[in-house]
Ligand binder design. Structure first.
Ligand SMILES: NC(=O)c1ccc[n+]([C@@H]2O[C@H](COP(=O)([O-])OP(=O)(O)OC[C@H]3O[C@@H](n4cnc5c(N)ncnc54)[C@H](OP(=O)(O)O)[C@@H]3O)[C@@H](O)[C@H]2O)c1
Length: 320
């Protein structure tokens, strides 16, 4: 089968398209024929190993697993002898950031892993990008205990995490002020944001509002900048560590000192979470934003684009 392989850490060019052996499912595994995958910031982080800490998971000197790709949508081609949840021909989507492997024609998934059936009427292209940004946003929204009646700011509302966050915060019943640049204002409005601030023309810290939760989905702000716009017990979460990893320091100290707090939840996703996201899609409360599409043959270009930090929502890769 064809697979995008990287045997070393580095820039997009370390990824090469190669012929490798098609995997065979174990007893409790399914073999998924990949139709659509994505290139996202998680792939970029693990490919470049820019943050050294990621090497503790993916291999200290070189990658343990040579094919990246965490999001996928495809069809079950074969099942292990003990599999009961899926059968050949099922349309499925899912997420795997432990072994990755979706940048290929086939990948293996444990049947009890983060994999579920694609809702009727949803295409592979729409299903593939539902989980990466969606689960990061969900973890942070749950950590901040977002509830009905709260006032929330989503900064960086046009990215994969931000575009999911706007929709999920609306689902939990809060009011959303979303911050993005001019070209994304209409898209972000269409996701349900109550107020959209174009950061190129308005200072997001001078809206005259106070927020229960400021969620910086692109890691470009700081707690110092956002503290004045938080309510008395307001919460700040960023998807990045911040200058000198200050968000980790604040996450350890601000809960002790009381008042406005920084949280730094560790993201996770399980079967229940993907089913939750699927149900939101079925009820029309959550949809992926898709920016560019590339064939697997152009995956290096896809990486280059994603690394500009300017994609709107998600970049999908067509495999079959
Ligand atoms: N290390 C990892 O494994 C990992 C994994 C996932 C995510 N993350 C981090 O999480 C963050 C978000 O990821 P993502 O995939 O959601 O990002 P993304 O999709 O790449 O976000 C890009 C969007 O953010 C907007 N943006 C860029 N600079 C901005 C600014 N100063 N203010 C407001 N918006 C801005 C861009 O539009 P404009 O430039 O036009 O404004 C673009 O639409 C990133 O910092 C990423 O590194 C890290």
């Amino acid at each position: 089968m064809r697979a995008a392989i990287n045997t070393e850490y580095g820039p997009p060019e370390v990824v090469k398209l190669m012929e490798v052996e098609k995997p065979v499912p174990g007893e409790h595994e399914v073999l998924v024929k990949i139709h659509v995958t994505t290139v996202n910031r998680t792939d970029c982080g693990f490919r470049s190993a820019e943050y050294f800490i990621s090497r503790f998971f993916s291999g200290l000197f070189k990658p343990k697993f040579n094919t990246l790709g965490n999001e996928f949508a495809g069809e079950i081609e074969a099942t292990g002898s003990a599999v009961t949840l899926f059968k050949s021909g099922d349309r499925v989507f899912g997420y795997n950031d432990i072994r990755f492997g979706a940048h290929a024609e086939y990948m293996l998934m444990a049947e009890d892993g983060v994999i579920t059936n694609i809702p009727d009427g949803l295409s592979y292209e729409e299903a593939a990008p539902l989980t990466e940004g969606g689960h990061y946003a969900l973890c942070d929204i749950r950590a901040a205990r977002v509830k009905s009646g709260q006032n929330i700011m989503v900064y960086g509302a046009s990215g994969a995490i931000g575009s999911a966050a706007v929709q999920l915060v609306k689902y939990f019943g809060a009011t959303v002020t979303a911050v993005c640049d001019t070209r994304n204002v209409e898209i972000v409005k269409s996701l349900g944001a109550d107020i959209v601030i174009d950061y190129t023309v308005q200072d997001y810290t001078k809206t005259g509002q106070l927020f229960d939760f400021v969620f910086d989905a692109v890691g470009k702000s700081s707690f110092g900048q956002c503290k004045p716009i938080l309510r008395e017990k307001g919460i700040y979460i960023s998807t990045e560590l911040g200058k000198n990893s200050e968000n980790i320091f604040f996450a350890l100290t601000t809960p002790v000192t009381g008042g406005k707090r920084v949280l730094f939840p560790l993201p996770s996703i399980n079967k229940k979470d993907i089913v939750f996201l699927k149900e939101l899609v079925e009820s029309g409360k959550y949809k992926p934003v898709i920016d560019r599409r590339y064939p697997l043959e152009q995956i290096v270009e896809a990486y280059r684009y994603v690394e500009t930090g300017q994609k709107t929502g998600n970049v999908v890769i067509t495999v079959a």
